[in-house]
Design a binder for this molecule. Structure first.
Ligand SMILES: Nc1ncnc2c1ncn2[C@@H]1O[C@H](COP(=O)(O)OP(=O)(O)OP(=O)(O)O)[C@@H](O)[C@H]1O
Length: 221
């Protein structure tokens, strides 16, 4: 199972005069739902960007399965090892729900029919079935759109899911559904799920909770 680990990690934005992340040490493992909480501006999104391979730490190391990201092809890492879910879903608006999953698979070289079949199965497992698969995102509810977005991350085959405020645009009922899906993916399929959230109730449902304050991180559950 995937393991993402940060050791003595610091980050400072170019031109800034102070570190946004300071001596961060934490480990996230497959099979568990992890939450990162903390006030606005504390460094949560910055840490997620580093884990996504979009930014490199100024100091310290980040490893996946004990391999330093510096020793990996970062394009490959971003494509195959990690996938992201966002607050605003970020689906392709001109593609149907099904195409939102199958298009990236075809782009990576999978046969068109195979990509469609695999996409259908993934969407069905997330409760997006029947005509909903053929609708454009704008004709789906927020909760349904977020489930399609989760489906898109599953379609990549990546075992680490990074979610930035994934329930931020959803009502309570849909938020719980999404967290339940993340829980099942972690507990039943071994995904390493890391969510950034402002919502302590959501965080409390996670196996592990980390709090960032002024760039330093501590495990609170
Ligand atoms: N590109 C940038 N250049 C300089 N400073 C930045 C940049 N992006 C973010 N920051 C600063 O880094 C700090 C951490 O920002 P970050 O977005 O990681 O916080 P956050 O905890 O995700 O906040 P929020 O909950 O409001 O999204 C903030 O002080 C922010 O102003």
């Amino acid at each position: 199972m995937a393991k993402l680990e940060m050791k003595n990690l610091y980050y400072r934005y170019k031109g800034a005069n102070k570190d946004v992340l300071k001596d961060v040490n934490c480990r996230f493992e497959g099979g568990q739902l992890n939450a990162i909480v903390g006030p606005s501006g504390s460094g949560k999104t910055t840490l997620l960007s580093i884990m996504a391979g979009l930014d490199k730490p100024t100091q310290g190391t980040i490893t996946i399965n004990n391999i330093d990201l510096n020793d990996l092809d970062l394009d490959e890492y971003r494509r195959d090892s990690v996938s992201m879910v966002f607050q605003a879903f970020q689906l392709f608006p001109l593609l149907t729900a099904l195409e939102n999953l199958s298009f990236p698979m075809e782009y990576k070289g999978m046969d068109k029919n195979q990509a469609r079949e695999r996409s259908k199965k993934i969407l069905e497992s997330l409760g997006i079935d029947g005509d909903k698969q053929f609708r454009y995102p704008s004709n789906l509810s927020g909760g349904e759109q977020q489930r399609v977005a989760i489906g898109r991350t599953l379609a990549t085959g990546a075992k680490v899911i990074l979610a930035d405020e994934p329930t931020g645009n959803l009502n309570d009922e849909n938020s719980y559904k999404i967290i339940d899906i993340f829980k099942r993916l972690a507990h039943e399929q071994g995904f390493c799920v890391i969510i950034v959230t402002h919502d302590m109730e959501i965080a409390e449902q996670s196996d592990n909770v980390w709090r960032i304050k002024d760039g330093t991180i501590e495990k609170i559950k």
